[in-house]
Design a protein around this ligand. Sequence first.
Ligand code: MD3
Ligand code: FE
Length: 247
Amino acid sequence: MNQTPELFTLPESLPHEQGEKRLEVATGAVLLRNWLSPEQQLFLVNQFRRWAAGPVPPRRPLIYGKPMSVQSVSLGWHWQNYAYSRIASDVNGEPVLPMPQWLIDVGTKAAAEAYAEYPETASARWFTREDNRFVADSALLNYYSPTAKMGMHQDKEESTNDPVVSFSLGDSCTFRFGNTENRNRPYQDVQLNSGDLFVFGGPSRYAYHGVMKIIPDTSPKHCDLAVGRINITLRNIGASHDPHQDR
Ligand code: MD3
Ligand code: FE
């Protein structure tokens, strides 16, 4: 699919018309609840199934030498051994799927809406681009079974400080947003539900965070995801000098 799906361009899909709620968890950590319409959520779940069908299947990344409970597949760039590459040599040697332009555009819109009328972004450099547009070059697609978790960690393998844009689909989870010093307190636990958008930039970009628990039987019917949770994170890892994009 090369064109922006109509779902993401229709005026009736504008967040404020579907009861979006905004929560600023910390400076730069902005949660927009219910940002994705039910139709957009179903679309992304089905899209996840297509992306997971290959050429690179989801795998459990190794963390401290042990497989994570989360299953991941990437678009654009593949995370492996604490670095990013185009080829999933640790899985099956296939090139990862390109980042579709429509998904890049969804990320640009998401970051702009999260930081709309956000004075901090005007003075400080939260974005690589002078125009403060977020242009993702990769997506990490994580699937959490009902028992999966993700321990407290920082995301610091990217070579830019651009925000990370995250979408939640399917079952709700207890997400823990910590501090930038260590994986312990102070932290805040926030329930993330299907359709929520969370943007982490500025001083929140290097905060420790994790997924403590998947909350069973909370996936809305419209997602068509019987069990588990999908998280999509869009990132600018700083590799767009080698564009391999499906425009
Ligand atoms: C806060 N994923 O893929 S998304 C990850 O729900 C990851 O699958 C979790 O942590 C998940 O690395 C959380 C939210 C998220 C992503 C990146 C962040 C929160 C962040 C970077 C900095 C601070
Ligand atoms: Fe993370």
